[in-house]
Design a protein around this ligand. Sequence first.
Ligand SMILES: C[S@@+](CC[C@H](N)C(=O)[O-])C[C@H]1O[C@@H](n2cnc3c(N)ncnc32)[C@H](O)[C@@H]1O
Length: 208
Amino acid sequence: MKRAGRLLARTGPLLKVVVMNSNHARLCPSPEWAEHIQNEILPEVTSGVDLGQDMLEIGPGPGAATEWLRQRVQNLTVVEIDEEAAAKLKERYAGTNVQVVVGSATELAYPDESFDSAGSFTMLHHVPTLALQNKIFSEAFRVLRPGGVLIGSDSLPSNDLHHFHADDTYNPIEPAALLTRLQTIGFQRITVIVDWSVKFVAVKAPRE
Ligand SMILES: C[S@@+](CC[C@H](N)C(=O)[O-])C[C@H]1O[C@@H](n2cnc3c(N)ncnc32)[C@H](O)[C@@H]1O
C-alpha cells in the first residue's frame, strides 16, 4: 500500500499537520510506514541483488527497514546519528545479529572494504548539504568490498514534503543528478528508479 509512502513523498493527510518532529514521530515508527518500506521499497531495491553477509544500514531511525534487512544478512550494522533513536534500537536488537552504532554516516569508523552491502532509506533529505550527502555516498563506497552494492530510497522534492519538514532539515535529492553523483564517486551499474519516490542501486566494481 503506497499511502504511507506518499505521506513522505507527495500529498497525504499527515502533511497538513503542523511541525516536522510530530509528523515524523508519528509516521516513521508506525506499522503503516514499516509496511510501506518493507513491501514497496525493499523488495524492489533488493531484486536481483546479493546483499552478502555483512550489511551496513545508514540512518535506520525507528528501524522500519532494519527488521526486514536483518533477516536477509548474517550481520547488520546500523549507524544512527540520533542517540535516542539508537538507544531504542540497541534495546530492541540486543543479542541479535544487529549491531547498533551511534555516529554520522559522513564519517564511518570502519576500515575500507568492511561490508558487502549498504543501504539508506528516506534519510538523505535529512542531511543538510549536498557535500555531506556526497560524503555519505563516498563513505559507503569506501567501506564496501569490491563487488559490493549500495541500495537506497528517498522521497521526491515537493511543496508538501517541504511543509512536512517545517523546523527541520529539508534537503531532498534531485533524482536526475543522482546518477552522476554516484558515478562521480566511483559507483558503476547504477540504476535510478523514479516514480512517487526515488530508488537506487549502485555497484562498486569487483576486483579484476
Ligand atoms: C526520516 S528518518 C528515516 C528512518 C528509516 N531509515 C526509515 O526509512 O524509516 C532519517 C534518519 O536518518 C538519521 N540521520 C540523519 N543524518 C544522519 C547521518 N549523518 N548519519 C546517520 N544517521 C543520520 C536521522 O537521525 C533519522 O533517524
